[in-house]
Every structure is written in structure tokens, then in C-alpha cells.
Design a protein around this ligand. Structure first.
Ligand SMILES: C[S@@+](CC[C@H](N)C(=O)[O-])C[C@H]1O[C@@H](n2cnc3c(N)ncnc32)[C@H](O)[C@@H]1O
Length: 219
């Protein structure tokens, strides 16, 4: 008997231009099949900070790699803002990523493509030293911390800005996982927390943090 096709339900994300990004989520599958709150907060931060904060970030023509993209919302937002984006995730997530790229391609002013990237494995097929590396809600299980760090170290050049957004969770061993990740990260990177008043005025929350992360000793 053929496996049953998963059902999709759409999350609309209203853009300042008046259009809507329409992101399909899947009712069967792993954690990447839905839009997490950290992705919404990061996507709207990208939009807000590029349009309305004196151009803190400029995405037009910039190279962007997103890690653990899930549905692809964050990377798609960057491509709507004019960046050349590679969204990445495990093999299983490629179908949903490509559906969402296809469904929203009329809004893209840069470019966007999906590639398989398992953290810790070779990044040779990705743009080297991208201007931005985007990471939403990817710090959540212990075995992934070291490979995720390895990928960040391999990918980030001296001018790359990693923008990482995560939801602070109090359940299980999540607090220890977050502490461990940032401790390891600080060996090679400088971390700047973006204050809440610089997040999007609507899509923000006390327990969702945005960090700018850059290689140490370069600036
Ligand atoms: C909690 S979801 C977040 C998805 C999306 N960034 C968001 O915030 O909506 C974590 C994502 O990381 C991906 N992921 C987990 N382990 C990974 C690994 N070892 N290599 C690459 N991606 C991984 C999952 O497939 C999933 O899409």
C-alpha cells in the first residue's frame, strides 16, 4: 500500500510591502515541519532592521546561508529582501523547503535554493564565507552542538555575521544545552545580544533572543 501523503496547513506571514509569505507546514514529520516562534521573530527582525532601522542590515545582493531551515521562512524572508540565499536542512526536509520556495517565488527579489546540509559534514557545496549565516531554533539537542559549531566555524568568514535566534526553554536539559553551546561558541566567536527594543515591535518576546555572532579578534 502506498504511504499516505502528508497534509499541509499554511502559515501566512504578512510583509510590510502588503504581500504575504505563505509557508506550508506539514502535519506529519519531524520538528522542522512547522514554523517555530524563533523563526517568526528572526524573519520579522530581518525585515524590520533592513527597512526601518537606518539600514542596520542590508540584504540586497548579499550572500546568505541558513542552517536548519525547516520550512524555510527565515531564508525566504532574506531572499524577499534581495539576498542570494541557500536554505539548508537534512534530506527529509528538502521536499517541504522546495514547495515553500516554489509557492513564494513571486515575492523573491534576490534568489533562493535549497541544499542538503547535515551539521558537521562538508560545506564545500555552499557559498564560502557568506555575508550572513542565519540560525533559528537550532540549539535543542546535545549531540548536535559540536557538529553545529564545526559547521559555523567552517562556514563563517572574517566578515560573516551569524544571526542566531533561539527560544529560552526551561524544560528538561534545555537550559544546560544552551549554556554549553554558548560556552563552546565563545572560544572562537564574539556574541552580541540584540536588545528587545531593536526586535520587530510586534514579533518579539522576552524569552526569544537574537544574537549577532562574529569571529573573534577581527574587528
Ligand atoms: C526546531 S527546528 C527549527 C526549524 C526552523 N529553523 C524554524 O525555526 O522554524 C530545527 C531544525 O534543525 C534541523 N536539524 C536538526 N538536526 C540537524 C542536523 N544534524 N543537521 C542539519 N539540520 C538539522 C531540523 O531538521 C529542523 O529543521
Amino acid at each position: 500500500m502506498a504511504a499516505e501523503e502528508p497534509g499541509y496547513f499554511v502559515r501566512s506571514v504578512h510583509l510590510r510591502s502588503g504581500a504575504d509569505l505563505r509557508i506550508k507546514q506539514c502535519d506529519a514529520g519531524d520538528v522542522g515541519c512547522v514554523v517555530w516562534d524563533a523563526a517568526l521573530v528572526l524573519a520579522k527582525y530581518l525585515e524590520t532592521s533592513s527597512f526601518y532601522r537606518g539600514g542596520l542590515h542590508t540584504f540586497t545582493g548579499r550572500s546568505v546561508v541558513e542552517l536548519g531551515s525547516g520550512t524555510g521562512l527565515v531564508g525566504l524572508m532574506a531572499s524577499v529582501l534581495g539576498a542570494h540565499v541557500t536554505v539548508t536542512d537534512l534530506e527529509d526536509m528538502q521536499k517541504l523547503l522546495n514547495i515553500n520556495i516554489s509557492d513564494n517565488k513571486h515575492l523573491v527579489t534576490g534568489s533562493v535554493e535549497a541544499k542538503v546540509l547535515k551539521w558537521g559534514e562538508s560545506v564545500k557545496d555552499l557559498p564560502s564565507e557568506p555575508d550572513y549565516i542565519l540560525v533559528a531554533d537550532c540549539i535543542y539537542y546535545e549531540q548536535s552542538l559540536e557538529p553545529l559549531l564545526r559547521t559555523l566555524k567552517e562556514l563563517a568568514g572574517k566578515n560573516s555575521c551569524i544571526i542566531c535566534c533561539y527560544e529560552e526553554r526551561t524544560m528538561g536539559n534545555n537550559p544546560e544545552i544552551e549554556i554549553c553551546f554558548f560556552k563552546l561558541l565563545q572560544t572562537d566567536f564574539e556574541i552580541e545580544e540584540i536588545p528587545l527594543d531593536r526586535h520587530d515591535e510586534k514579533y518579539r518576546s522576552e524569552d526569544i533572543h537574537i544574537l549577532h555572532i562574529r569571529r573573534k579578534g577581527i574587528h
